[in-house]
Design a protein around this ligand. Structure first.
Ligand code: AHG
Ligand code: MN
Ligand code: MN
Length: 293
């Protein structure tokens, strides 16, 4: 019999296990509901991006379900302009990208949910996470989590989420690269770095959802970046709700992430909406990259 996520969580702190288990059941519902939550919402989020029905619905649904759980004090969400208070007695603070890659909904390509879990008040450095996870609503939905106990992957089946891979490590050497933003807008040094990887035989795989693109790096190794652009030196990805979460996971999987200069997990946030140039993948590739800037 396959190990269920509930069984797998038995070795970690009870409250944290309850929180991750609750998020897994929220993900079941999101996976089931996505076919019925389509179209544009005609509103914009704090980043000026047009929201979809699915973005807003997933945001509300996750926040309300977490409120009922009672263990969460506050949430920082990509779809909310301010920190959302939930339960004063809660011990966890959550960062949330309810639906990542939502521009992929129209074409039915990959989307996901990204969640960072902290005990410290937000905003704080990503290194203070106690757990981090994402759900990929792919051909089969998968859930990846770390509670500082390695990185583990689960498949959504009729029996719920069951263990697929334990203590995952990025394969060495990596095979893939995926980069956001237009090549003409990349910094020249970065363009050269990527040309070198291409010459070494790294293959391009880019899907336009951080969850999907990072998930490939976790399975095949390599590098994903939403880099500093000439006109946008901080790139696109959001430090709190996107980059820190994946950075925490990649470190547990033996990889690394950087702003180009130093670890993303060490960045001291100045606001909840801060963006950060994001380079994430095999440690050796990240170390090499830090030398070019
Ligand atoms: P979101 O859908 O949560 O707004 O995030 C989109 C992000 C991220 O998932 C992805 O890496 C990047 O935007 C893609 O941007 P481009 O469309 O510019 O490639
Ligand atoms: Mn996103
Ligand atoms: Mn999103």
């Amino acid at each position: 019999m396959a190990t269920t996520i509930k069984e797998h969580l038995e070795t970690i702190d009870n409250d944290l296990a309850a929180l991750i288990l609750k998020i897994s059941s929220i993900a079941n519902t999101i996976s089931d509901e996505l076919p019925y939550r389509r179209g544009k919402a005609d509103t914009k989020n704090v980043f000026g991006e047009l929201q979809l029905v699915a973005d807003k619905w997933a945001d509300q649904f996750i926040i309300e379900e977490l409120r009922k759980l009672g263990l969460v004090k506050t949430v920082v969400s990509e779809e909310q302009p301010d920190i959302v208070p939930l339960n004063d007695s809660g011990t966890f603070n959550i960062t949330l990208d309810p639906l990542d890659g939502s521009s992929n909904i129209e074409s039915n390509n990959l989307v996901g949910t990204i969640i960072g879990i902290y005990k410290e008040d937000l905003p704080t450095q990503g290194k203070h996470q106690v757990a981090a996870m994402y759900i990929l609503y792919g051909p089969v939905a998968t859930l990846v989590y770390t509670a500082q106990n390695g990185v583990h992957e689960f498949l959504y089946t009729k029996e719920g989420f069951v263990l697929r891979g334990e203590n995952m490590k990025l394969p060495e050497p990596g095979k893939l690269y995926g980069i956001g933003g237009l090549r003409k807008d990349w910094l020249p040094a970065f363009r050269q770095y990527i040309e070198q990887l291409e010459a070494e035989g790294y293959k391009l795989r880019y899907g336009g959802s951080f969850v999907g693109d990072f998930n490939q790096i976790l399975h095949y190794g390599g590098i994903f970046a939403y880099p500093a652009l000439i006109e946008k030196p901080n790139g696109k990805l959001r430090l709190l709700v996107e980059s820190n979460t994946m950075s925490f996971i990649v470190k547990q999987a033996g990889g690394a992430s950087t702003t180009g200069k130093s670890s993303i997990l060490d960045v001291v946030p100045e606001s909840i909406t801060q963006r950060v140039p994001t380079y994430i993948g095999n440690k050796e590739l990240i170390e090499k990259l830090e030398k070019i800037f």
